[in-house]
Design a protein around this ligand. Structure first.
Ligand code: ADP
Ligand code: ASP
Ligand code: MG
Length: 442
């Protein structure tokens, strides 16, 4: 069985939904995971912000704009009146629900309920569209099987048992349509896999049903060698190993949710990235094979906080690092980059929720300096640390103010920490040198 995931742009217009229908109508059973229509989750996040800030009129007006967008879509997409009526009723229910929440006091649960509506809407609309077009498709409600545990990790036992149960219970179909992103938490409340989480839904399902392949269909022809939003002349990479893709996704390549590769890597289930608007393009195949060495791609992750911790005594003083790490452990804050000198240690975190408490605890035995608004620029490729040209990188970067470098932590990754204002320039410089053979080195 195949799992195919279509992102926001792919279900964001009638034309693109038609492309999706043509892609999935072929032979074989498949599970199709859909995101919300493009812009919808952002709009829902804004609505929940409006509620949080007591901006009731703004919330109602934003709800109405989103309502109109969905009505216009079904008007164009559905021409059978009973189907249009049924989907219209569902859309009304969802938007009545949203309006009824405007006076409620804000909570995380309310946020989760609000942002989940985007995927519920897109899958309801799209599955009815497939029925109209004569395809044998059924809705597979993600909330009947997708659950995370107390650590936020997929509860594979629960998902396995319930996904198979739900498939057995509903009428057999060629195509099962389900919601990406949304899930239940360990207490059975509605939750989600964080922004961009539909990719993760697809690979979790792929691993649980032992899919032949997971396909991620998006608005670009595969994984590019740099962020196309920041750098010109990027191109799609035809093959990536699981390790390379995992590093790039973790370090900010927006095309994949950071955890996407995890569920399928251990089962060797390939992931193929494809372009819904250009299905004939090769795209990117991610599997366990290794193709070539040297720097293959560059990605960047923003909003990083760097913490310099200077030992009041010598760093060598035994137990110092242990004490530092225990504090991060206590606040469940993971560390991305780390460098040490004789008297100080610098490290980065991307979740600064507990920064204040962490700093207070560190200050009990060390001097602490914080730099916010940093970016990690990450260069990835098989064995790049051994590649003959890699050392020249540091000359290329002579004009960039680098706060930290991590080299050798893994053979496949070199990470640079720069101020967010320098990120685009750094990406461009490294790109020209590595991929366009521009000799910046004198
Ligand atoms: P979807 O809605 O289909 O999940 P996303 O917007 O999440 O799509 O991801 C696709 C976008 O990721 C592309 O349009 C592109 O702008 C951005 N992107 C960032 N880095 C990369 C990269 N290295 N390769 C391809 N796309 C990238
Ligand atoms: N709709 C969700 C988001 O915008 C999940 C996704 O698109 O993958 O974050
Ligand atoms: Mg995405």
């Amino acid at each position: 069985m195949l799992v195919l995931k279509f992102g926001g742009t792919s279900v964001g217009s009638v034309e693109n939904m038609t492309n999706v229908k043509n892609i999935i109508r072929g032979e074989g059973k498949k599970i199709v995971v859909l995101s919300a229509m493009s812009g919808t989750t952002n709009a829902l996040v804004n609505i929940s912000e409006n509620i949080k800030n007591g901006e009731k009129e703004m919330a109602i007006s934003n709800i109405d704009t989103l309502y109109q967008k969905h009505l216009v879509t079904i008007d164009e997409l559905l021409h059978k009146s009973e189907l249009k009526q049924e989907v219209g009723n569902y859309i009304n229910l969802v938007f009545d629900f949203l309006k009824s929440r405007v006076n409620e006091s804000y909570s995380e649960l309310l946020y989760n309920k609000i942002v989940s509506q985007g995927e519920l809407l897109s899958t309801f609309i799209f599955s009815h569209y497939l029925t109209q077009e004569g395809l044998n498709a059924r809705l597979l409600p993600a909330l009947d099987f997708m659950r995370i545990d107390r650590n936020g990790d997929p509860d594979n036992f629960y998902i396995h048992r319930n996904l198979n149960r739900v498939i057995d219970e509903i009428l057999p179909a060629d195509i099962y349509i389900t919601q990406g992103f949304i899930c239940l938490d360990a207490d059975g409340n509605i939750a989600n896999l964080e922004r961009g989480g539909s990719d993760y839904t697809a690979t979790i399902i792929g691993s649980v049903i032992n899919a032949d392949e997971v396909q991620i269909w998006t608005d670009i022809d595969g994984f590019h060698n740099n962020d196309p939003r920041c750098v010109e002349n990027t191109h799609a990479i035809s093959n990536l190993s699981f390790d390379e893709a995992a590093e790039l996704a973790y370090f900010g390549a927006k095309i994949l949710h950071p955890q996407t590769v995890m569920p399928v890597r251990k089962f060797d289930i390939p992931v193929r990235l494809k372009n819904t608007m250009s299905p004939e393009a090769h795209g990117t195949l991610i599997n366990s094979e290794i193709h070539g060495d040297g720097i293959k791609a560059i990605a960047a992750k923003d909003n990083i906080t760097a913490i310099k911790i200077k030992s009041a005594r010598m760093l060598q003083a035994h137990g110092f690092l242990k004490k530092v790490f225990e504090i991060f452990e206590k606040y469940e804050t993971s560390i991305d980059m780390i460098t040490t000198s004789e008297i100080a240690i610098s490290l980065t975190i991307d979740d600064a929720t507990y920064l204040k408490s962490i700093t207070e605890e560190l200050k009990k035995f060390a001097l602490v300096a914080i730099d916010q608004n940093q970016s990690i620029v990450c260069l990835v490729g098989h064995s790049i640390i051994f590649h003959e040209d890699t050392h020249k990188l540091f000359q290329v970067l002579k004009d960039v103010n680098i706060r930290m470098i991590s080299y050798g932590g893994s053979n496949n990754n070199i990470s640079l920490l720069v101020h967010m204002d320098d990120k685009v320039a750094t990406l461009k410089k490294v790109h020209s040198y590595v991929f366009e053979a521009v000799s910046l080195v004198s």
